[in-house]
Write a protein that binds this ligand. Structure first.
Ligand code: SAM
Length: 506
């Protein structure tokens, strides 16, 4: 019996982590757009549909011991892995269910405050989208939030021809999924090189094809080679959500919610000529945004920025990357490089260098001019988007979270040793996972165990079948790898370790 419904199941997905799925991230995004978010400091329930290997959900469950998390996926390889890691890390408030969307309603999953589905809506059939809607209809509580991501139109329209072309070859070829994908890519390149106008008339598409040849098969399989692959205009998704009483609240990609950062004033004038519902299409046309992370809510109260001030000001934030990432306050947006006001961002970052703080502290910082709520929200949205700052769990919870994060990170480092690709570790302070390379994870483990980081990292890299890369070169000999690790250790100690300490990872 084929349970896959045309979905790729013989190649597992990547073990990705996405901060936009996290409840505290979404709470800030909602409050910043003037909506009352669900209370995440009281017990809540969250469901992730199509959770893959379930890493985003696992990290979140570790950071919110008072909440219950349910991850659903029909691929047994994904669910088995997720269950094993959760059990090894002692995270008992996450429940992974090997289940098809068709069986969601009979599964006993309780009513929930948050639903998230990342990388699902585009890649499943209309029948499955109906099942998901039925689940949202019956199980999402009033005041609950659903985050859905999908491939958006019109940005994807040119690339859809390339996908069809690759799929035509994929369907006509026998063998493993991996081998068929390679043939499909080679076929598209042949078509391009023989002058197919879809490439010659669209250099962007040609560059895109070159990029695809460098991406892992695991990603390509799930992105391009499912039988189902449906592109949507935002208003089509909004209509589907409206049919189950959910309305559009904003984007989980924070900066996308601030028109003034993304559009010239002449464009904003054009926005005024269409209704608010149609404005979203104009935003997509001007941002040419290929992927959307939409948040929809059931009856969420629109309380405005003033109404959500208490929530924002009582929320805690932590420095999560080097200040230099903001390159003197310059950020790149859709309309070019914007320079932030130094008198606004400098005092906040200086305060956060001392340790996590609640946003209310930013209103009156020593030696700085008083900051208004709107200014703080805009600054935080930018900092969070760039990654320099992250939302943080309340400091009173830190001792309990430290032990949970430590145990989970130990398991993830052990998995890295076995050659599994896991690109992040959990911070007990932010409650989010943060990117870290394999050799850096081994440096962390060595420092904790009081061992020499360089030799420890080399022994473990070797055991996991990996090597250091310098420029484009994979270093082969022990001498080359040890020399490279030695050099990386000094920059790790001066640049990366302080950041990990700030985040409570080291
Ligand atoms: C592109 S992956 C995204 C995984 C994860 N959300 C992430 O972003 O890393 C889509 C996931 O949906 C699951 N899936 C697809 N169709 C499904 C169905 N009918 N029922 C349950 N899970 C399904 C797949 O197994 C896969 O893990």
């Amino acid at each position: 019996v084929d349970w896959s419904e045309g979905y790729v199941t013989d190649v597992g997905y990547t073990r990705g982590y996405y901060r936009e799925l996290n409840a505290s991230w979404q709470s800030f995004a909602l409050a910043a757009t003037g909506y009352e978010p669900p209370n995440i400091n009281a017990p809540f329930t969250k469901v992730e549909l199509g959770c893959g290997y379930g890493l985003s959900l696992l990290m979140e469950a570790a950071a919110f011991p008072h909440a219950q998390f349910y991850g659903v996926d029909f691929n047994p390889d994904h669910i088995t892995w997720a269950k094993r890691i959760a059990a090894q890390a002692g995270i008992t408030n996450v429940h992974y269910l090997e289940l098809s969307f068709a069986d969601l309603l009979g599964s006993g999953i309780p009513d929930c405050d948050f639903v998230a589905m990342h990388g699902v809506w585009t890649w499943v059939s209309e029948e499955n989208r109906q099942k998901i809607k039925q689940f949202l209809d019956r199980r999402l509580k009033s005041g609950g939030v659903n985050m859905v991501s999908y491939n958006a139109l019109p940005a994807w329209s040119t690339k859809s021809g390339l996908r069809e072309l690759m799929l035509a070859k994929f369907r006509s070829t026998a063998g493993s999924t991996e081998a068929r994908i390679k043939e499909a890519l080679a076929f598209a390149i042949q078509c391009r090189d023989s002058g197919a106008p879809i490439f010659s008339q669209s250099p962007v598409l040609s560059e895109h094809l070159d990029r695809l040849t460098k991406l892992p098969t695991r990603y390509l399989a799930h992105e391009y080679f499912n039988e189902d692959w449906h592109l949507f205009y935002q208003h089509q998704v909004a209509d589907a959500m409206a049919s189950v009483r959910l309305s559009y609240l904003g984007a989980a990609k924070l900066m996308e919610n601030f028109d003034k950062f993304n559009f010239q004033s002449s464009v904003l004038k054009l926005f005024e000529q269409v209704s608010p519902r149609e404005r979203e299409l104009l935003r997509d046309i001007y941002l040419n945004r290929p992927f959307r992370f939409d948040m929809y809510g059931r009856g969420l109260e629109q309380i405005g920025l003033f109404g959500s001030s208490e929530h924002i000001l009582n929320s805690t934030f932590v420095l999560s990357d080097a200040r230099s990432k903001l390159a003197d306050g310059a950020i790149k947006t859709a309309i070019g490089v914007i320079k932030l006001r130094k008198d606004l961002y400098d005092p906040i970052l200086t305060r956060l260098e001392q340790g996590p703080a609640q946003a209310k502290e930013f209103m009156t910082l020593p030696g700085a001019r008083p900051l208004a709520l709107g200014e703080i929200v805009e600054a935080l949205a930018i900092f969070l988007d760039v990654g320099v700052v992250s939302p943080a769990r309340p400091m009173a919870e830190l001792p309990a979270l430290q032990a949970r994060a430590q145990r989970l990170n130990d398991v993830l480092i052990e998995r890295t040793r076995k050659g599994e690709d896991i690109g992040c570790l959990l911070s007990p302070i932010s409650g989010l996972a943060h990117g870290i390379a394999d050799y850096q994870k081994f440096f962390v483990a060595a420092l904790k165990a009081g061992q020499d980081p360089v030799s420890y990292a080399w022994v473990n890299l070797k055991a996991s079948g990996k090597r250091m890369i310098k420029g484009d070169t994979l270093l082969q000999s022990a001498e080359e790898n040890l020399k490279e690790l030695e050099e990386r250790l000094s920059s790790f100690q001066s640049n990366f370790a302080p950041r990990l300490k700030h985040l409570g990872i080291l």
